[in-house]
Design a protein around this ligand. Sequence first.
Ligand SMILES: Cc1ncc(COP(=O)(O)O)c(C=O)c1O
Ligand SMILES: Nc1c(O)cccc1C(=O)C[C@H](N)C(=O)O
Length: 447
Amino acid sequence: MDAQQPAQHHARQHAPAAAPAAVDRAAVDRALVDRAAVDRAAALDAADPLAHLRDEFVLDEQVRSYLDGNSLGRPTRTAAERLGRFAVEEWGARLIRAWDESWMELPLRLGDRIARLTLGAAEGQTFVGDSTTVILYKLLRAAVDAQAAAGRHEIILDTGNFPTDRYLLEGIAAERGMTLRWIDTDPVEGVALADVEALLGERTAVVVLSHVEYRSGHLADLPGITAAAHRHGALVLWDLCHSVGSVPITLDAHEVDLAVGCTYKYLNGGPGSPAFGYVARRHLGRLRQPVQGWMGAADPFAMGPEYAPHPGIRGFISGTPPVTGMLAMEGMLDLIEQAGMEAVREKSVALTGFAEELVDELLTPLGVRLSSPRDPQRRGSHVTVDHEDFAAVLPRLWSQGVIPDFRPPHGLRLGLSPLSTSFAEVEVGIRAIRDSLVEVRDGAGSA
Ligand SMILES: Cc1ncc(COP(=O)(O)O)c(C=O)c1O
Ligand SMILES: Nc1c(O)cccc1C(=O)C[C@H](N)C(=O)O
């Protein structure tokens, strides 16, 4: 190289001796911190009794860190095979006969399985059917109508509820002449029992809250709030979207009235897989849902002149069940059954604890704030961090195969799906957030 650049060679020979390059202490410290984090992640993965189950998921090698399992879970490796076999052996070979052979029962059979493995609920109270939004509407209208007949015209909800819950309740309130009583929830600490107690009264019809809050990950006091509502004669509906499959749930033991939850997050049912609804046995035959379709009728194939609801949980179904959307989640339920929900929760707590440590070490010095409760017993399986530059950071991350979620105005949500997220993935993801944030701050070229 010197032979090709004689002038430079000459110049170097005659230059005064260069001062030794100053050691970049900050870079060395950063490298040491990073090394320690990588080692800790490796040790946590090595000690994780559920680590082997991660191999049961489709892991694309371009995806270096998937931190959004609470928006859309990864597919299990059996999902493709199940869907293919279904198309050939059931749909293809059995055709319409399969309705009698298995499909008519599938919404209730699958509901019972979700109930047994994840909801702490006995059979006959859970169905799988429409979207979360539609099931929420059906259950809420049923609850509100029954309570209105008893002179109760108020609904308690909180500002931390997911938009679909809030929007639906605005609509139902307008439709049925109800008053919304809002809890102005602390965005980090979430809704507390005392907040609900302050609004409960003899006019309360129903309390509608998220078990795990979609933004902060706050885990609500389901037993305490349910019992308080009951002391005032109110019903409670829990939105379980962000807890089902990550936090053990105790619907029967705590006498929850109604619940609804997604299956495409921690139950890995795939995009748009249908939700489940739970109606406590004591309300079956008493609460009546408004979408009176033929599949919820006492005898659908009698095709009679008028609607007569099925007296059991089937009465909450409306139209033809989305059978193909129910197949993929069976593989995830197999894995949850293998692991057990207590172990799933233990891993989830360890993952969010590790994420919190790394946030404190790598991100807090850059001005990032943790917007989730610090007590792991008070949060679900995701943590949210906030920084004004995160909207600019997100595309950089996605382009590197690091995939968290962005929630306005400037939150990055890190969803850690217990069976498919490794500790190494958490470390890679949070280090990438740190590096991208530094680049954005220092004005380095765009992603
Ligand atoms: C807490 C919560 N409730 C409801 C929904 C809406 O569900 P869907 O779009 O399936 O109707 C979501 C997510 O989309 C959610 O996170
Ligand atoms: N349901 C979703 C969708 O259809 C498209 C994109 C995202 C979603 C989500 O799951 C949002 C999610 N419930 C959330 O908590 O943000």
